[in-house]
Ligand binder design. Structure first.
Ligand code: AMP
Ligand code: MG
Length: 408
């Protein structure tokens, strides 16, 4: 058996980074910045008001309540024409440019109208109150996003603010194939004897959609070496990555092995689940042969495929976040392997982890109930209640109902 980190490093080193391209804001989500972004201008681009109120000279209001003459009104998107002189104010809306002469905005709640042309200032605010300076958020010429950052809604908003359409590595195209004579489409209403529905391809689709790649779904291939060889050959031509499930262990019907041994390395990784794992290049296209059992598929996807695809996309950070949790129930594991235990986590002061159900590699119910994988390192064996473990979070799901969140 090979240590998990050794195989992970080999995989990441072997996969190529995808070519660069500039994309629009609408296509950017989930992709990774390939070059740092420098703000081409200040954000905000001009000093402006943070409040609806009155732009004034601080010297006029410093001593407390005073009446000022309103000389102009300026809304967001407009440009003030007048300079605020001594004894004067300009009525200003949030986001409108600061008029020359003014250095402070008194919010409307702190004022009163003496007559339609005169505002009474009721407070003495510090100089600069409610003024957002030019460049207060981002300064022209300074780096604002690093290369390697994955673009999500807030980062795309930042790019929009500076008008920079990002250079990224192009979106990977990933082909998926299920193997097995027993596998039928998940839509099959009634199962014939001996058949089971295709959970792996359905799960991989979901996991890949979360990753934001383009999917080529090559369906189910029966345990037929020639047919599989043909399908994989096409897939390798069309895609940047090819993933199969099933057929990689020692059985007589293990078609992936029959089709690819010689081309691809069939590893035994010191991990559970997911020990058999095939990896290599199919006509230069990275190929991942995942095991057949659904839990093994997701664990192998998470440990090998997902980090590799993120690396191909240019991401600096490849692995899911881990939290440290206290174990609530005894967990027995094989000390010879890194064991990924499906756990539910809850937080009450600190994090607690408990197994979410049966731990065999075919048990989807415990996988579906899990928030993540408790990672029990090689050499550990049994974990007792009160022991600390790292939990690799699969998702950060919503965990609070309306009642819990709103205190209703
Ligand atoms: P294999 O490695 O092909 O012998 O598969 C191991 C186990 O995983 C067997 O019980 C298979 O029936 C099951 N399996 C393989 N592929 C799938 C799939 N796509 N969906 C659900 N179970 C599968
Ligand atoms: Mg099979």
């Amino acid at each position: 058996m090979r240590p998990l980190p050794e195989v992970q490093a080999e995989v990441i080193d072997a996969v190529p980074q995808l070519p660069l391209r500039q994309v629009g804001f609408r296509e950017a989500r989930g992709l990774v910045l390939a070059e740092p972004v420098v703000a081409p201008h200040d954000v905000p681009p001009f000093p402006n008001s943070a409040m609806d109120g009155y732009a004034v000279r601080h010297d006029d209001v410093a001593a407390g309540p005073v009446e000022l003459t309103i000389v102009e009104e300026v809304g967001a998107g407009q440009v003030p024409e007048r300079v605020v002189g001594s004894g004067e104010a300009i009525k200003i809306m949030t986001g409108a440019p600061m008029p020359a002469g003014a250095d402070t905005v008194v919010k409307v709640e702190d004022t009163d109208m003496a007559d339609p042309a005169t505002v009474r200032i009721l407070v003495a605010p510090p100089r600069g109150t409610n003024v957002r300076p030019a460049g207060g958020d981002m300064k022209a010429g300074t780096p604002v996003l690093d290369a390697g950052v994955r673009l999500r809604a807030p980062q795309i908003a930042l790019l929009a603010a500076v008008g920079v359409q990002p250079t990224v590595r192009r979106r990977p195209v990933v082909a998926i194939v299920s193997t097995g004579d027993e596998i039928v489409p998940p839509e099959t209403p009634t199962l014939a004897p001996g058949k089971i529905r295709d959970t792996n391809r359905t799960m991989l689709r979901g996991a890949l959609e979360d990753l934001g790649v383009t999917i080529i779904d090559r369906g189910i291939v029966p345990d037929d070496v020639e047919l599989l060889t043909r399908v994989l050959g096409h897939a390798a031509n069309q895609a940047d990555v090819v993933i199969t499930s099933g057929g990689v262990s020692m059985g007589e019907y293990d078609v992936v092995k029959a089709a690819l041994s010689g081309t691809i390395a069939f590893n035994k990784v010191a991990m559970q689940p997911g020990k058999p794992f095939a990896f290599g290049a199919l006509a230069e296209t990275p190929f991942f042969g995942l095991p057949g059992n659904p839990v093994s598929v997701l664990v192998s996807f998470e440990q090998f495929v997902r980090p590799a695809i993120l690396h191909m996309m240019g991401a600096a950070e490849l692995f899911r976040p881990r939290i440290e949790a206290t174990v609530a129930e005894r967990i027995s594991t094989d000390p010879a392997k890194t064991v990924f235990v499906r756990v539910e986590v809850s937080v009450d002061g600190g994090w607690t982890a408990r197994p979410s159900g049966g731990q065999s590699s075919n048990v989807l119910s415990a996988l579906a109930a899990a928030d993540g994988f408790a990672v029990v390192p090689v050499g550990t064996g049994d974990v007792d209640p009160g022991d600390r473990v790292e939990v690799e979070m699969l998702y950060w799901p919503e965990q609070r109902t309306r009642r819990e969140a709103l205190g209703e």
